[in-house]
Design a protein around this ligand. Structure first.
Ligand SMILES: Nc1ncnc2c1ncn2[C@@H]1O[C@H](COP(=O)(O)OP(=O)(O)OP(=O)(O)O)[C@@H](O)[C@H]1O
Ligand SMILES: [Mg+2]
Length: 325
């Protein structure tokens, strides 16, 4: 089967401007290096990793808001150009963290939801666009009455659902969610999670879910990828990668998160995973040689300091480590 979304060897480097008056070598941020993954229709792939690991950069390239330095993004087997045509722009929709920033605070929410339909020429006439907007607003659990308000006159959770409605109105094939629940309180978070679970099956979307919150990733994702300093260090089924990862980095990440179901502890118990977060992420301006995680890893040997580990198949995914558990 052809994957819905197929990302191959994606790399994004940023060259920083030279400090004024200095003739130094240009400094290059290695934001994303050689990232590959696939997402099937109806599948949720979670991308987790500490701050600065390159998650948002991947999201922006997927949505066509930024161009890759190298690598490709393909949809249903067709490679998407770095500068998207409007027709292709519609197919991958990005939803970012702060719903308030996503709307013009002076225009009604109705206007905000009509706008993308107009831009993409969807809906034959006013009546059809009305029907499309209303249908989507109801799908996300809101009513027509919300549409005549300003963004300031609905709650944070309602706004988060309206952002989703707006992204879904243009009928994307892939939804990229960058920390969609980070600014929401626990009860609203639960509502949005339920909504996403329902929509992915109703609409057969591929979803890339970027999150700091391991419990949200566990709840929503079928597969999970763990990023460290721009690279995927492990990818596989979410329940395994987020409970018993092979790579020492996700093992450390998970050791700092409470285990929700004590019956499932097994090999992934907090004790056997170690002490929690140790050390800091090195600068993406100068990633360590060899395995980028080696300065923080308790299992480092000589080979880790000199040779970058390749992604080796694990049967259900892959892991890039010289000494996987
Ligand atoms: N426009 C840019 N110019 C230079 N460096 C950038 C730019 N955008 C991102 N970076 C750098 O690229 C790296 C990855 O950033 P990115 O925003 O993708 O991380 P992230 O995983 O989303 O982090 P967070 O969890 O904090 O949102 C960081 O080192 C960041 O400073
Ligand atoms: Mg980010």
């Amino acid at each position: 089967m052809t994957a819905l979304l197929s990302v191959r060897e994606l790399t994004r480097r940023f060259t920083l401007p030279r400090p004024f008056g200095r003739r130094t070598e240009p400094r290059v941020v290695h934001a994303v290096e050689d990232v590959s993954f696939e997402v099937a229709p109806g599948e949720v792939l979670a991308i987790v990793g500490e701050s600065g690991s390159g998650k948002t950069t991947v999201a922006r390239v997927l949505a066509g808001l930024d161009a890759a330095t190298a690598g490709t993004v393909a949809l249903a087997g067709r490679e998407l150009a770095a500068v998207r045509t409007p027709a292709d722009q519609r197919l991958v929709q990005l939803v970012t963290q702060n719903p308030r920033a996503a709307f013009n605070r002076r225009r009604s929410l109705r206007h905000a939801l009509y706008q993308p339909l107009r831009v993409h020429g969807l809906g034959a006439d006013r009546a059809e666009r009305d029907a499309l907007v209303l249908d989507m607003v109801e799908r996300v659990g809101l009513t027509a009455d919300h549409l005549d308000r300003l963004p300031s006159d609905v709650s944070g959770g309602e706004l988060a659902r309206l952002v989703l409605a707006r992204a879904l109105l243009v009928r994307p094939r892939v939804l990229v969610l960058d920390e969609p629940t980070a600014s929401l309180d626990a009860s609203v978070k639960a509502t949005v999670v339920e909504l996403l679970l329902r929509l992915r099956t109703e609409l057969d979307l591929g979803i890339v879910l970027i999150t700091h919150e391991i419990d949200i990733a566990r709840r929503l994702a079928d597969r999970a990828a763990v990023m460290y300093l721009g690279r995927i260090v492990e990818i596989g089924p979410a329940d395994r990668v987020l409970s018993g990862p092979r790579h020492p980095y996700p093992r450390m990440l998970l050791a700092s998160v409470p285990v929700p179901d004590p019956k499932r502890v097994g090999p992934a118990s907090a004790e056997s995973l170690g002490e929690g977060i140790v050390g800091e992420v090195p600068s993406a301006l100068a990633p360590p040689p060899g395995c980028a995680y080696h300065p923080r890893c308790p299992f480092t040997t000589d080979v880790c300091r000199t040779e970058r580990p390749l992604a080796e198949p694990t049967g259900d995914g892959s892991v890039a480590c010289h000494h996987p558990r």
